[in-house]
Design a protein around this ligand. Sequence first.
Ligand code: CDP
Ligand code: MG
Length: 695
Amino acid sequence: MSKFWKPGTERPRLLDDEEGGVLFYSASPISSSGYGYANMEKQRQRLPVYKYRTAILYLVETHATTIVVGETGSGKTTQIPQFLKEAGWAEGGRVIACTQPRRLAVQSVASRVAEEMEVKLGEEVGYTIRFEDISHTDLTRIKFLTDGVLLREMMDDPLLSKYSVIMVDEAHERSLSTDILLGLLKKIQRRRPELRLVISSATIEAKSMAAYFSTRKRRHGPAENMKHGPSTEAAILSVEGRGFNVEVFYLEDPAPDYLQATVSTVLSIHDREPMGDILVFLTGQDDIDAAVQLLLEEAHNSRYQGLIVLPLYSGLPRADQDLIFSPTPRGKRKVVISTNIAETSLTLEGIVYVVDTGFSKQRFYNPISDIENLVVAPISRASARQRAGRAGRIRPGKCYRLYTEEYFLNEMSAEGVPEIQRSNLVSSVIQLKALGIDNILGFDWPASPSPEALIRALEVLYSLGAIDDDAKLTSPAGFQIAEIPLDPMISKMILASNGLGCSEEVITIAAVLSIQSIWVSARGSEKELDEAKLRFAAAEGDHVTFLNVYKGFVQSSKSAKWCHKNFINYHAMRKALEVREQLRRIAQRLGIGLKSCEGDIQAVRKSVTAGFFANACHLEPYSHNGMYKTIGTSQEVYIHPSSVLFRVNPKWVVYNSLVSTDRQYMRNVISIDPSWLTEVAPHFYQHKQPNPMVH
Ligand code: CDP
Ligand code: MG
């Protein structure tokens, strides 16, 4: 490679196994499509977990909890549920569940398994993610779902009684919902000795997990225990690795712009290296779209014509997901530009080169300021190793790290911090309350959250009227808020709209807020996008603007052409419509009347305030640069340039979320009248009277 690079000394762990490698050496990139059943069966048998089939089934039979550790791509997710089904765990109407932290992974592995079993997706093999249920109450035997959805299912069925085995997959990620789920499953096990847990993880930090699941006191003596049920000690099984060596390269000097560095690295691989697909790890949709666009511009250049550039992030439409998995045509080279979803959740065949920018989007929460941010932050060394490992799937590969070796060794942390220790816990705490766990501080967590974050969550729930003085869920408000599968602040906004006569509008807003963005990201045509936004812009703010977009979309008969003309993301709008329908159904079930305010925007603004009063801010009186201060904690915040209120700067606003770049920016902002704050949240504002006299 160019003089940019120097070979590193680091070898990714779990990649040194020679044994299984030979089998795959001559295999060209394999894809699911176009292969008959026999081939699919052969493919299954070649996966490392296949050799452990008997061992896995024996351990599950004899242990309440089995922990399976195996490198990404070894077949844990797609094979273990099938083994369990073949062994009879889904007989008698029972269901095998397999959870994933990510929605896209759920969809993708479910369709893969349905294909392998030659059944129609949604029947014997199904999946459920929030707002999308492709499963059948009677037919589905293997069900993939997000860990968040399984938590929700506990509200109707606290012991998850229809499941015989629950496989908690990707446990190494330590996502917030995974940890809460593990805590609750441990409790369920005590009540349901026949339930089996399989915890699967791509890394070897399984010991602490095993200890967590083995601390249970035995009620009977050991002999009796054996007679009556499975061992309560957790078993650990390690599926040996099978990847090829991956040569790691580092930058000699830090890259000033990782997007540019990404693009030039990809082009230089394409120029100099033999065929083989490239996987790039970037941070989020914005970055990814930008990189795709830059590469596509280059791909017009005849020199780079062999490049097929594809984005991969959650929320990607199904058709685009399929492209990721379809085989690369001969003579072409696929470049997949992904979030860390491709780190361990999804295995792409055919990858030989990995470009790792060293960053991912991570949640950070400060319970003192009560601010949660999604920030681009350095990954851990463990993640960097996982990413590198993706290059060694079909033959020895290469990984280009867009940072220095020194940075890797001295700056990156060894492991990531569990998400539960860096998240706002409002949603989790209300769910635990709804499940009857009253002593939140005494809950047996797999990793303890900070007491400050827990207390903060209780305070917020109290101010929303969801819990009472004894920290018990209020009836009906608390139960209703818990029931709506959205952030409690958004749920509260919907509840408030009932009394204000604008539930139709507010549900539309909630649906749009649940979508990442309804605008087409338009690098290079920002001006046109701004002009398009102006066509819908409402003086009151972004929420009302969403209503205008929604109205326009419906009036256009939901036309894709109309969306294209207005820089609106058609798929996002379709999704918003679907979510809206589901929310309307939930609202009706909860006794919220569906009513339109017929243009009484004040009612809508009040409803938003009723949910988001804690995010109220006022413009600093002598600020010339649009600086706001939050009422609660006096943080400096600014309106995000993407907001229709950017540069408009009304005196009082509430916002939905903050993003932090060079400053703290408020996203989705609406102007309010400060007198509403005491009206909708007397509890919250009784000590911090917002002073309307500041202006
Ligand atoms: O869970 P783990 O990382 O251990 O492996 P897996 O996801 O079960 O993947 C096993 C095999 O299935 C790999 O060769 C994947 O490439 C393949 N697979 C696929 O072709 N399409 C999918 N949608 C999912 C998996
Ligand atoms: Mg997996």
